[in-house]
Design a protein around this ligand. Structure first.
Ligand code: NAP
Ligand code: FER
Length: 336
């Protein structure tokens, strides 16, 4: 194989508050040969996801933090260009923890071979990948929606939210979304079939919820936390369920807010709040993925991708994800 040069985005500093482009640095290295059981992957699409902000903090969680000088973590879809594994062949398309880099050597058993006939390969990072699975398991397994129930979703036009809303509609629910722009609101109602959408930046969310859901919210799929969540908890229906999926409004604060304080409402409404992680549902991923892909193919599950062209753009695009500049699943296109 000709000598290949790998460009990699590393973490230069731990971001304080909102990440800055100066928190990231590009380095160039040689590309290693895969050893026994490993594959060499050329990145085609890199996924940018909110959880990465947490991995940039020096704090223990489900995974160790990214070290200063280390390649930033991230899932990607790529083409296998060398293989020392019997299970993955050169030419296969795989989804794996690739990192923010143009090439990666990974253990073959950590890569999932993607079948391009199931759905476009980029969707392995979005609607048929981790965000789609989060929506599917979170809504169906944790939320257990029933026909006629009212479902509220925050960050509703995003990678997770858009899938939650469409699955809730398939299950006969009324769906309301909160979003940060009027274009995103129009997308939710006009393209995705939501019953209503609220622009939380320009409208009074509490007042609009009272008007749109006079009998209360049965399921609140929370992607954002903060004031939208306060308003949702204030408007819960009897036996309402709050599914805590994400808290993006808090990810860039050095001191997290201590609200919501309206928990008394949980008593009177005999409501439940439950956090969940997509990784808890690994055993059901294949069934879920097959269903999501079949809905994509038959057109019943729509998706929108926000594809940024070029490896150099990764930090800027990631910073944009943290303030709503993305519209749909954010991906970096690395090569053809
Ligand atoms: P996304 O919705 O495609 O993009 C993030 C969106 O969050 C932005 O576009 C923006 O939309 C909104 N946002 C940003 N800052 C905000 C703020 N201060 N207040 C309110 N909204 C804000 O991202 P995603 O990949 O689908 O992730 C959505 C949420 O799910 C995130 O919180 C993520 O951490 C969580 N998640 C959890 C799991 C799990 O296992 N629990 C798995 C995947 C994702 P607007 O313009 O509409 O504000
Ligand atoms: C996410 C937010 C938080 C996510 C995972 C977490 C996979 C988990 C955080 C932790 O365990 O500390 O969007 O996506």
């Amino acid at each position: 194989m000709p000598e290949l040069v790998n460009r990699r985005w590393t973490l230069a500093n731990r971001p304080v508050g909102y990440p800055q482009e100066s928190d990231f640095a590009i380095i160039e290295t040689d590309v290693d040969d895969p050893q026994h059981g490993e594959i060499l992957v050329r990145t085609l699409f890199l996924s940018l996801d909110p959880y990465m902000r947490g991995r940039m903090r020096d704090r223990r969680s489900y995974a160790v933090p990214v070290g200063i000088g280390d390649v930033v973590v991230g899932e990607g879809v790529g083409r296998v260009i060398a293989s020392q594994s019997d299970d993955v062949a050169v030419g296969d398309i795989v989804a794996c923890q690739i990192g923010w880099q143009e090439y990666a050597v990974v253990p073959a058993h950590t890569a999932r071979v993607v079948d391009p006939a199931m759905a476009p390969i980029s969707t392995a990072l979005g609607v048929t990948g981790m965000p789609g699975l989060t929506a599917y398991h979170g809504l169906l397994a944790v939320g257990q929606p029933r026909p006629g129930e009212t479902v509220l979703i925050s960050a509703a036009s995003g990678a997770v939210g858009a899938v939650v809303g469409q699955i809730a509609k398939m299950n006969g629910c009324r769906v309301i979304g909160t979003v940060g722009t009027d274009d995103k609101a129009a997308y939710c109602t006009d393209e995705l079939g939501f019953d209503a959408a609220i622009n939380y930046k320009t409208e009074d969310v509490f007042a609009r919820l009272t008007e749109l859901a006079p009998d209360g919210i049965d399921i609140y799929f929370d992607n954002v936390g903060g004031t939208v969540t306060d308003a949702a908890i204030e408007n819960l229906a009897l036996r309402g369920r709050v599914l805590v999926c994400g808290q993006i409004s808090q990810y860039n604060l050095e001191e997290p807010e201590m609200a919501p304080r309206n928990f008394w409402n949980l008593i009177t409404k005999q409501a439940r709040i439950e956090g969940f992680l997509v990784f808890n549902f690994q055993n059901d991923h294949e069934v879920a993925r097959t269903r999501l892909a079949s809905w994509v193919r038959d057109g019943s599950l729509k998706y929108r991708e926000d594809i940024v062209d070029g490896f150099e753009q990764a930090p800027r695009a990631f910073i944009g994800l943290m303030n709503g500049a993305n519209f749909g699943k954010l991906l970096v296109k690395m090569s053809d």
